[in-house]
Write a protein that binds this ligand. Structure first.
Ligand SMILES: Cc1cc2nc3c(=O)[nH]c(=O)nc-3n(C[C@H](O)[C@H](O)[C@H](O)COP(=O)(O)O)c2cc1C
Ligand code: SF4
Length: 414
């Protein structure tokens, strides 16, 4: 018997597409914020710590631990930022949340601000998010008119690039500079926007915070697995009958997602591999029934990432697919760290050679490049670019060897 999946973030599809303040209030929206106002912020941080919530922006950092850093810093001004700068191909969940459920994002942002002592908040979007901008602005004025916001919140934007979603690049953009990641430390919790302690959380993380404030840490921690709590939003593409954003608890399998939520593959095609998000490692189709959780995917060289799932089917040209991903990272890296420029450019060069049947030694070259560049950038795009490429060498070893041409067996150097 299939379990009924709890829907914490996507309870209804509203008629207008935008959940109004009245609709959100009718399902208990802002009750958590109203209760938290006037309470000791440490209590709210302890509640979120007990829930086990981890960030949904991709890195899965424990939310309460991030909050503790900003809360411990003393400053005349502190900031909190809702990061909605989603630009990963195949991921639409942040756009959907901001557009359809803007009050859940605003309530979570307000709670994060109360928990860390923020004096000012921002909802950060990228420039192409016009429908999202109008939804959040309408929600902001509704919430402000109703006296619900504990501090001023405004909308800020960055350019439509992938790297503009990185948290310190977002802060640069909010300060009016080019959206390029800063060297860390200091971390934003110590010195962020305008040099002041700043908490940056993904918009999905914040919508979960609102749910936790309303229903309690225990109810949230009851959902999911040992180390991965709550639900996660996934985006499915046109390979399935019902593409779009779906919500499932951690511990669900890719089969639950693809068959249960997505209605199965279209066109009678066969699944070969799963890429849980573009910046993670590929999983062989044998892992269809592995429970999705941080602790189960990490030993397999992957992670849930931001949940923008790509399915590799029996008719997919895998070398072309991996080259396409490498080209994306090459184009989107911001150019300020030489190892990142070198790695992403060389990946494309080597993969193009494989595609042209001139790829001897490709396997060693790709691995050495990734090893040399690891941790040498201002942000983790270097590691994100390497994950799908290196995992493809294992999952599609035969295809790569065949494409690279005679004598180009994996590991062979010339
Ligand atoms: C290249 C790059 C792009 C990123 N893009 C996003 C993004 O679009 N949205 C997001 O929330 N986090 C993005 N992140 C992660 C953020 O830097 C940061 O970890 C996140 O916003 C923190 O929120 P969380 O703790 O709630 O996950 C990106 C990171 C990197 C390295
Ligand atoms: S690692 Fe790459 S994307 Fe990140 S700051 Fe350096 S050059 Fe830019």
């Amino acid at each position: 018997m299939r379990r009924v999946a709890p829907h914490l973030l996507l309870p209804t599809r509203t008629a207008t597409g935008l959940e109004s303040l009245a609709e959100y209030r009718a399902r208990g929206g802002y009750d958590g914020l109203i209760a938290a106002r006037g309470q000791d912020p440490a209590r709210l941080r302890a509640e979120v710590a007990a829930s086990g919530l981890r960030g949904r922006g991709g890195a899965a950092f424990p939310t309460a631990r991030k909050w503790d850093l900003a809360a411990a810093a003393s400053a005349d001004r502190k900031f909190v930022v809702a990061n909605g700068g989603e630009h990963e191909p195949g991921s639409d969940k942040d756009r959907l949340l901001v557009q359809r459920h803007p009050h859940a994002v605003l309530e979570g942002l307000s709670l994060a601000g109360l928990a860390t002592g923020a004096t000012h908040g921002y909802v950060y979007l990228i420039e192409d998010m016009l429908p999202q901008r109008s939804s959040i602005e309408a929600a902001l004025s509704e919430a402000a008119d109703a006296g619900l916001l504990p501090f001023p919140i405004e909308v800020g934007t960055g350019p439509t690039t992938y790297v503009a979603g990185e948290e310190t690049a977002a802060l640069e953009a909010l300060e009016g500079r080019p959206a390029k990641p800063r060297k860390k430390p200091p971390f934003p919790g110590e010195a962020g926007l305008f040099g002041k302690p700043t908490t940056v959380n993904n918009v999905e993380t914040l919508a979960h915070v609102a749910w936790i404030a309303r229903h309690g840490a225990a109810a949230f921690a009851d959902i999911g697995t040992e180390q991965s709590k709550g639900t996660l939003l996934f985006t499915l593409g046109r390979e399935v009958a019902r593409p779009g954003v779906h919500e499932l608890p951690f511990g669900s399998t890719f089969r639950d997602l693809i068959e249960g939520c997505g209605g199965g593959l279209v066109g009678g095609r066969r699944l070969r591999a799963i890429l849980p998000a573009m910046s993670t490692g590929l999983l062989d189709a044998r892992h269809l029934d592995v429970p999705i959780a941080y602790e189960t995917l990490r030993p397999l060289g992957s992670s849930p990432g931001c949940g923008g799932v790509r399915l590799v089917l029996d008719d997919t040209d895998v070398v072309a697919m991996v080259l396409g991903i490498a080209e994306f990272f090459m184009q989107e890296q911001c150019g300020q760290c030489p190892p990142c420029r070198m790695e992403t450019n060389q990946f494309v060069h080597i993969l193009k050679a494989v595609q042209a049947h001139k790829g001897p030694g490709y396997d060693d070259k790709l691995k050495k490049l990734a090893e040399f560049s690891r941790k040498k950038g201002n942000c983790s795009l270097i590691e994100m670019a390497a994950a799908p490429v290196l995992s493809a060498l294992d999952v599609f070893a035969a295809e790569f060897a065949a494409a690279a041409g005679p004598g180009a067996l994996p590991g062979a150097t010339h």
